[in-house]
Design a protein around this ligand. Structure first.
Ligand code: SAJ
Length: 421
């Protein structure tokens, strides 16, 4: 049975590009989101997130009539769930537990419109076992239909986990080109999911089971987290030993089998700093290295703040006529990584906020990729790099945006968390 109508639940950074991609292949796509504002924006042919080329795709899909957004699920042949899986609120020091309530809510929302022959795919990054849980929620809501956990290959509804693996900023290209892990609850579920993704995926669709697919996604991001933690730990060791860590890494990387990543002010974003916890919370006694890497990366912003405090003390020692109130600090970059405007879960933002709270003098914020500061920084102003260069006594480089690679301050003290100045 082919897929004529496809519904995508959750129209965020993954769901919206995926919906637009199916629509670009002339499938009827129903995008569902609880956010009425996002739904209205999309139905005007506009987008509420920033991702290169997505605006054109959504505009074309909506004007040609292949994509519409709504807050209430409608009947479709396939449902892709791409909702967030954040943490449950937890006390500092405890292992964060994943919050599956968005997946549960999405399952309950689509259950009434499911019909025999439908395919349901969980795309959200999830702890091992989440797809089976989703299948249970669906089955509890629709006792009149059969599901793979009890009916196997003969189930009325097919279910699979197919994790997204695209890099923010390159989503449109990577959705098409990346290989896809397809974890069906049965062989038939996998085969149908492959058929669906082959609508636009040019990469290979590699079949496994749902649990392995869940773990594959968590493994990819945990691997990167561990590798970044290694670089961050090296930067702290090198600082103590008076060695330039960036020179050290570039030398070590000349070895044919070594490829060390780059240290920074910490790990941000909604994936790499989150997903390893899904492994740690399931297997806390076994996931020792993954847990330690998380702690190393989470501690890095405080290390940078401490560096700034030491630099303020150095400045005051060299300028005995001044007090902390007279010292102007500039922070360069607020985004969670270079050349994007996404400030969520950004270590640079956390450092800037803490410096504003800690420091008696002025803190100037420079972020060339935004025009307005978020509410969290209400009362602060955005400055151009040139203004900050001329006004600040201490320059704190937090994000290696392209722009900062071509200019640098000529006076004042520098705390460079990225090694470009
Ligand atoms: N970072 C460093 N040093 C490095 C590389 C990255 O400090 O050498 C920092 C970045 O500055 C940033 C954080 O790590 O704060 C994460 O950035 P990233 O570019 O490594 O990854 P994300 O979060 O943008 O996207 C990741 C990708 N996963 C992997 O590369 C294994 C992407 O493919 C996933 O789809 C995405 O997570 C996701 O949605 O899970």
């Amino acid at each position: 049975m082919s897929f004529e109508t496809i519904s995508v639940i959750g129209l965020g950074y993954i769901g919206l590009p995926t919906a637009a991609m199916f629509a670009s292949r002339k499938k009827n796509v129903i995008g569902v989101d609880v956010n009425q504002k996002a739904v209205d924006t999309i139905n005007r042919g506009e987008i509420h997130i920033i991702e290169p080329d997505l605006d054109m795709m959504v505009h074309a899909a909506v004007t040609e009539g292949y994509l519409k957004a709504t807050t209430k699920p409608e009947s479709a042949d396939a449902f892709l769930i791409a909702v967030p899986t954040p943490f449950l609120p937890n006390e500092e020091g405890n292992i964060p537990e994943p919050d599956l309530s968005y997946i549960e809510a999405a399952s309950r929302a689509i259950a009434p419109v499911l019909k025999k022959g439908d395919l349901v795919i969980l795309e959200s990054t999830s702890p091992v076992g989440a797809t089976e849980k989703m299948a249970e929620w669906l089955s509890a809501a629709r006792p009149d239909l059969t599901f793979p956990q009890s009916a196997g290959e003969n189930a009325d509804i097919n279910i699979a986990h197919c994790p997204e693996r695209v890099l923010p900023g390159h989503v449109v290209r990577e959705l098409v080109e990346n290989d896809r892990v397809i974890g069906g609850m049965t062989a038939k579920c996998s085969a149908r999911a492959v058929e669906l993704y082959k609508t636009f995926v040019q990469g290979e669709c590699v079949i496994t089971n749902a649990r392995t697919a869940e773990m594959a996604k968590l493994t990819e991001n945990s691997c990167r987290d561990v590798q970044i933690a290694f670089a961050n730990e090296l930067s702290i060791i090198c600082d103590k030993l008076d060695i330039d860590v960036w020179e050290l890494i570039s030398l070590a990387n000349r070895h044919p089998r070594i490829n060390i990543l780059q240290p920074g002010p910490g790990v941000g974003g909604h994936c790499i700093a989150v997903d390893p916890w899904f492994i740690v919370s399931k297997t806390p006694d076994e996931a020792k290295l993954i847990h330690t890497a998380r702690k190393v990366n989470d501690a890095k912003p405080d290390w940078v703040i401490n560096k700034v405090k030491i630099t303020i003390a150095d400045f005051l020692q060299a300028n005995p006529d001044k007090t902390a109130k007279d010292v102007t600090i500039a922070c360069y970059g607020l985004a969670f990584k270079p050349d994007i405007d996404d400030l969520r879960e950004s270590p640079a933002m956390a450092i800037a906020q803490q410096l504003i709270a800690l420091h008696n003098g002025n803190v100037l914020l420079v972020e060339p990729n935004i025009t307005q500061l978020p509410a969290k920084l209400a009362g602060q102003m955005l400055f151009s790099a040139e203004q900050a260069f001329s006004e600040a006594d201490i320059h704190v480089l937090l994000v290696d945006h392209k722009m900062f690679k071509s200019i640098k301050p000529t006076a004042g003290l520098v705390v460079d968390s990225r090694g470009i100045w």
